[in-house]
Design a protein around this ligand. Structure first.
Ligand SMILES: Cc1ncc(COP(=O)(O)O)c(C=O)c1O
Length: 437
């Protein structure tokens, strides 16, 4: 048996920082990353044989719990018939139809056509290219603290991983490309109006996280998504709704289905849950827009593994099992954990708010609910590392950054929830004792 410490040392000699995605390095929580060898339901097990209740859930995909038997079986069955064809399969059409059928509200169905890709980054990148191709304009408006993947133009002030590393953006992005992205504060309609007043004729699209979860949870102000849709449309621009994280998680039709004020996005991006734990993401929109994509239209996009049969099988089976009962269980467990976290922190005298968007939540160490990236960054973030480490020591795996959401699954039963709730008071005391620096 090796230790996590040994695995990390070896990994650092083989991969930059020992990881394949920066947040996994546990840098901001000053802890050795755990190297997992197995996962089942709400639990993950590391190389030392230690089991943790997991609140990361692979950053979203494990919504039914890890290694859900039906999903595993669907993937095994698909694998037995061939791993990848690089050609069309009936399953892809079925998944595309399933996505379109779920993402509806009253009589509005914004998804008439779907393209399957492999990552959320590809989905948002393609949505932006499509918006530019459709409008003949170059500029994109994004909100500070929103993360849309790691394509060049979308890294400016991009929340979570980037915030955790305290980088302003990324080296290697040419200035002329960064200049195509206009970054404005979130939840600020005046800023949206001003940017359109100044550059409206050149703006192809606004891209927005449907309910931001990459700077911790910061819910949209009432009617914000509807208002920005109206502003974009009034100027001939599109609204790209990024539901890579929220899609099929906060409800059967994602945030689009539960936003208190209905609105009309032009393109929607999906990822995480829709791939059921395998690499699959998607974008969807009206037939008129989506058919601008090659082979029908002039906007090029392609992928060797797009619509991979194993990923399609995992995604279809996951969506099939996400019924009203599953969402009710996720919502109930999320409420219990969020309430217990708030009580423990109050009891320990720690200034905090627990922000929620549906069943997604996160702790923010602030007196007032943060509404944008500046107010998020102003919190007492130094309280999170000791809180995180105290939870980990008690067998609870939280997201290793204060800027990430906590992901609850349908497999978080009473036993798993109790283990989390029991661990919270000691973690809250550790947060109370934390000092800056
Ligand atoms: C809202 C949002 N958009 C896009 C992405 C990028 O997805 P991926 O990591 O699959 O490229 C993420 C990933 O966390 C996300 O949360």
């Amino acid at each position: 048996m090796t230790t996590n410490e040994q695995e990390f040392a070896r990994a650092r000699g083989a991969m930059p920082g020992g990881v394949n995605s920066p947040v996994r390095a546990f840098g901001s929580v000053h802890e050795t990353p755990r190297f997992f060898v197995a996962a089942s339901g709400p639990y993950v097990t590391d190389v030392e044989g230690r089991e943790y209740v997991d609140l990361v859930g692979s950053w979203g995909p494990a919504i039914l719990g890890h290694a859900h038997p039906a999903v595993v079986k669907a993937v095994q069955d698909a694998a037995a018939h061939g791993l990848s064809f690089g050609a069309s399969t009936p399953g892809e059409t079925e998944l595309a139809e399933l996505i379109a059928a779920r993402v509806t509200r009253a009589d509005h169905s914004p998804v008439e056509r779907v393209r399957l890709v492999s990552t959320g980054t590809e989905a948002t990148m393609t949505a932006i290219r499509l918006a530019r191709g459709a409008t003949g304009r170059d500029l994109v408006v994004k909100f500070a603290g929103h993360y849309h993947g790691h394509s060049d133009g979308l890294l400016a002030e991009a929340g979570s991983g980037v915030a955790t590393l305290a980088l302003p953006g990324s080296a290697g992005v040419p200035a002329p490309i960064a200049a195509q992205t206009l970054v404005i504060p979130y939840n600020d309609l005046d800023a949206v109006r001003e940017v359109f007043a100044a550059r409206g004729e050149d703006i192809a699209a606004i891209i927005v996280e449907a309910a931001p979860a990459n700077m911790g949870i910061v819910p949209p102000a009432h009617g914000f998504n509807a208002a920005i849709a109206d502003i974009a449309h009034a100027h001939g621009a599109l609204l790209i709704l990024d539901e890579v994280l929220t899609g099929f998680r906060v409800g059967p039709a994602g945030w689009y289905g539960i936003d208190p004020v209905p609105f009309a996005p032009d393109l929607i991006t999906f990822g995480k849950v829709v791939g059921g734990g395998l690499p699959l993401a998607a974008l969807g929109g009206s037939a008129a827009l989506m058919e601008l994509l090659a082979p029908l239209g002039p906007v090029y996009q392609a992928g060797t593994l797009s619509g991979n049969p194993l990923a399609v099988a995992a995604g279809r089976t996951t969506l099939d099992h996400l019924d009203a009962d599953a969402y009710a269980r996720i919502d109930a467990a999320a409420t219990t954990i969020a309430d217990a976290a708030a009580s423990a922190l109050t009891e320990a005298g720690v200034t905090h708010v627990v922000q929620r968007s549906g069943n997604l939540f996160s702790i923010q160490f602030a007196a007032e609910p943060p509404v944008d990236y500046d107010t998020v960054k102003a919190q007492e973030a130094y309280r999170y590392p000791p809180f995180f480490r105290a939870m980990l020591a008690q067998g609870v795996s939280l997201p290793p950054s204060v800027f990430e959401a906590w992901f609850v699954s349908a497999a978080h039963d009473d036993a798993a929830v109790s283990r989390i709730v029991d661990a919270l008071p000691a973690a809250a005391r550790a947060a109370a004792e934390a000092r800056p620096g």
